[in-house]
Ligand binder design. Sequence first.
Ligand code: GDP
Ligand code: MG
Length: 163
Amino acid sequence: GRPIVAIVGRPNVGKSSLFNRIAGNSHAVVHDTPGVTRDRNYADVEWEDRSFTIVDTGGLDIDPGDQLIDNVQSQVNAALAEASLVLFVVDARTGIMPHDMAVVDKLRASDKPIFLVVNKVDNDRFRNEAAEFYALGLAEPLWTSCVQNDGIRELLDRVVETL
Ligand code: GDP
Ligand code: MG
Protein backbone atom coordinates (compact mmCIF):
# COMPACT_ATOMS: atom_id res chain seq x y z
CA GLY A 1 0.00 0.00 0.00
CA ARG A 2 0.89 3.63 0.25
CA PRO A 3 3.66 4.48 2.68
CA ILE A 4 2.52 6.34 5.78
CA VAL A 5 4.14 9.57 6.93
CA ALA A 6 3.22 10.43 10.54
CA ILE A 7 3.30 13.89 12.13
CA VAL A 8 4.20 13.79 15.85
CA GLY A 9 5.02 16.40 18.46
CA ARG A 10 3.68 17.94 21.61
CA PRO A 11 0.46 19.99 21.53
CA ASN A 12 0.46 23.43 19.94
CA VAL A 13 3.65 23.12 17.87
CA GLY A 14 1.61 23.24 14.66
CA LYS A 15 1.00 19.59 13.72
CA SER A 16 -2.52 20.21 12.43
CA SER A 17 -1.39 23.35 10.61
CA LEU A 18 1.40 21.37 8.93
CA PHE A 19 -1.03 18.60 8.00
CA ASN A 20 -3.36 21.16 6.41
CA ARG A 21 -0.51 22.85 4.52
CA ILE A 22 0.82 19.54 3.20
CA ALA A 23 -2.68 18.53 2.11
CA GLY A 24 -3.36 21.97 0.64
CA ASN A 25 -0.11 22.34 -1.29
CA SER A 26 -0.47 18.87 -2.78
CA HIS A 27 -4.24 19.10 -3.40
CA ALA A 28 -4.64 15.93 -1.35
CA VAL A 29 -7.83 14.06 -0.63
CA VAL A 30 -8.49 14.44 3.10
CA HIS A 31 -10.33 11.84 5.18
CA ASP A 32 -11.92 12.15 8.58
CA THR A 33 -10.96 9.57 11.14
CA PRO A 34 -14.03 7.72 12.46
CA GLY A 35 -14.83 8.90 15.96
CA VAL A 36 -12.53 11.89 15.82
CA THR A 37 -14.57 14.99 15.22
CA ARG A 38 -12.02 17.65 15.99
CA ASP A 39 -9.31 17.02 13.45
CA ARG A 40 -9.23 15.69 9.93
CA ASN A 41 -6.45 13.21 10.29
CA TYR A 42 -5.61 11.36 7.07
CA ALA A 43 -4.79 12.67 3.60
CA ASP A 44 -3.70 10.84 0.47
CA VAL A 45 -0.90 12.93 -1.00
CA GLU A 46 0.48 12.82 -4.55
CA TRP A 47 3.77 14.70 -5.03
CA GLU A 48 6.30 14.41 -7.87
CA ASP A 49 4.71 11.16 -9.10
CA ARG A 50 4.95 9.62 -5.64
CA SER A 51 2.06 8.75 -3.32
CA PHE A 52 1.86 8.55 0.44
CA THR A 53 -0.66 8.95 3.23
CA ILE A 54 -0.01 11.72 5.76
CA VAL A 55 -1.35 11.17 9.29
CA ASP A 56 -1.85 13.87 11.91
CA THR A 57 -1.48 11.90 15.12
CA GLY A 58 -2.60 14.94 17.10
CA GLY A 59 -6.03 13.49 17.82
CA LEU A 60 -4.23 12.38 20.97
CA ASP A 61 -3.75 16.02 21.93
CA ILE A 62 -7.35 16.31 22.93
CA ASP A 63 -7.06 14.62 26.32
CA PRO A 64 -6.91 17.49 28.77
CA GLY A 65 -4.93 17.42 31.95
CA ASP A 66 -1.80 15.81 33.16
CA GLN A 67 -1.46 12.73 30.99
CA LEU A 68 0.36 14.72 28.37
CA ILE A 69 3.65 12.87 28.44
CA ASP A 70 1.88 9.51 28.30
CA ASN A 71 -0.21 10.72 25.39
CA VAL A 72 2.77 11.99 23.45
CA GLN A 73 4.62 8.75 24.16
CA SER A 74 1.76 6.58 22.91
CA GLN A 75 1.37 8.86 19.91
CA VAL A 76 5.03 8.26 19.08
CA ASN A 77 4.77 4.52 19.62
CA ALA A 78 1.79 4.33 17.27
CA ALA A 79 3.51 6.50 14.70
CA LEU A 80 6.70 4.46 14.77
CA ALA A 81 4.71 1.24 14.41
CA GLU A 82 2.79 2.26 11.30
CA ALA A 83 4.85 4.92 9.58
CA SER A 84 7.60 4.68 6.98
CA LEU A 85 8.80 8.17 7.89
CA VAL A 86 8.10 10.45 10.86
CA LEU A 87 7.86 14.24 10.88
CA PHE A 88 8.81 15.38 14.40
CA VAL A 89 7.52 18.94 14.78
CA VAL A 90 8.96 21.42 17.27
CA ASP A 91 8.26 25.12 17.86
CA ALA A 92 11.02 27.60 17.01
CA ARG A 93 9.43 30.19 19.28
CA THR A 94 9.50 28.17 22.48
CA GLY A 95 12.69 26.22 21.79
CA ILE A 96 13.12 22.71 23.12
CA MET A 97 10.68 21.86 25.91
CA PRO A 98 10.64 18.89 28.31
CA HIS A 99 7.82 17.26 26.38
CA ASP A 100 9.99 17.35 23.27
CA MET A 101 12.77 15.51 25.08
CA ALA A 102 10.28 12.87 26.18
CA VAL A 103 10.07 11.65 22.60
CA VAL A 104 13.52 12.36 21.20
CA ASP A 105 15.22 9.28 22.63
CA LYS A 106 12.47 7.05 21.31
CA LEU A 107 12.71 8.61 17.87
CA ARG A 108 16.50 8.39 17.81
CA ALA A 109 16.34 4.69 18.67
CA SER A 110 14.16 4.00 15.63
CA ASP A 111 15.75 2.92 12.36
CA LYS A 112 13.06 4.82 10.42
CA PRO A 113 13.83 8.18 8.87
CA ILE A 114 12.93 11.00 11.26
CA PHE A 115 12.66 14.57 9.94
CA LEU A 116 13.04 17.33 12.50
CA VAL A 117 10.59 20.06 11.42
CA VAL A 118 11.19 23.38 13.17
CA ASN A 119 7.90 25.23 12.66
CA LYS A 120 6.83 28.84 13.29
CA VAL A 121 9.93 30.19 11.57
CA ASP A 122 7.96 33.14 10.22
CA ASN A 123 11.10 35.21 9.70
CA ASP A 124 14.88 34.75 9.71
CA ARG A 125 15.26 35.87 13.30
CA PHE A 126 13.81 32.59 14.48
CA ARG A 127 16.01 30.62 12.11
CA ASN A 128 19.11 32.22 13.60
CA GLU A 129 17.95 31.60 17.15
CA ALA A 130 17.10 27.99 16.55
CA ALA A 131 20.61 26.51 16.57
CA GLU A 132 19.71 24.63 19.75
CA PHE A 133 17.67 22.22 17.66
CA TYR A 134 20.85 20.78 16.16
CA ALA A 135 21.68 19.55 19.67
CA LEU A 136 18.77 17.09 19.56
CA GLY A 137 20.99 14.76 17.58
CA LEU A 138 18.45 14.23 14.85
CA ALA A 139 19.02 14.99 11.20
CA GLU A 140 19.52 18.57 10.09
CA PRO A 141 16.35 20.56 10.79
CA LEU A 142 13.89 21.56 8.12
CA TRP A 143 12.39 25.02 8.67
CA THR A 144 8.70 25.74 8.09
CA SER A 145 6.20 28.48 8.64
CA CYS A 146 2.69 27.19 8.32
CA VAL A 147 1.40 30.74 8.67
CA GLN A 148 3.52 31.97 5.73
CA ASN A 149 3.26 28.67 3.83
CA ASP A 150 7.09 28.59 3.77
CA GLY A 151 9.16 25.45 3.52
CA ILE A 152 6.25 23.12 2.80
CA ARG A 153 7.10 22.29 -0.81
CA GLU A 154 10.75 21.73 0.14
CA LEU A 155 9.58 19.42 2.90
CA LEU A 156 7.44 17.47 0.43
CA ASP A 157 10.42 17.17 -1.93
CA ARG A 158 12.56 15.74 0.86
CA VAL A 159 9.85 13.32 1.95
CA VAL A 160 9.36 11.78 -1.48
CA GLU A 161 13.14 11.61 -2.07
CA THR A 162 13.46 9.62 1.16
CA LEU A 163 10.44 7.28 0.97
P1 GDP B 1 -1.06 21.24 17.10
O1 GDP B 1 -1.65 21.27 18.48
O2 GDP B 1 0.34 20.73 17.16
O3 GDP B 1 -1.90 20.52 16.10
O4 GDP B 1 -0.93 22.78 16.63
P2 GDP B 1 -1.91 23.66 15.71
O5 GDP B 1 -1.71 23.36 14.27
O6 GDP B 1 -3.28 23.55 16.24
O7 GDP B 1 -1.31 25.12 15.95
C1 GDP B 1 -1.19 25.64 17.26
C2 GDP B 1 -1.11 27.16 17.17
O8 GDP B 1 0.09 27.55 16.54
C3 GDP B 1 -2.25 27.78 16.37
O9 GDP B 1 -2.61 28.98 16.99
C4 GDP B 1 -1.61 28.04 15.02
O10 GDP B 1 -2.21 29.12 14.33
C5 GDP B 1 -0.20 28.39 15.43
N1 GDP B 1 0.78 28.11 14.35
C6 GDP B 1 0.89 26.99 13.60
N2 GDP B 1 1.89 27.12 12.70
C7 GDP B 1 2.43 28.36 12.88
C8 GDP B 1 3.49 29.08 12.25
O11 GDP B 1 4.17 28.63 11.32
N3 GDP B 1 3.76 30.33 12.74
C9 GDP B 1 3.04 30.86 13.78
N4 GDP B 1 3.38 32.09 14.17
N5 GDP B 1 2.02 30.22 14.37
C10 GDP B 1 1.72 28.98 13.94
MG1 MG C 1 -3.65 19.40 16.29
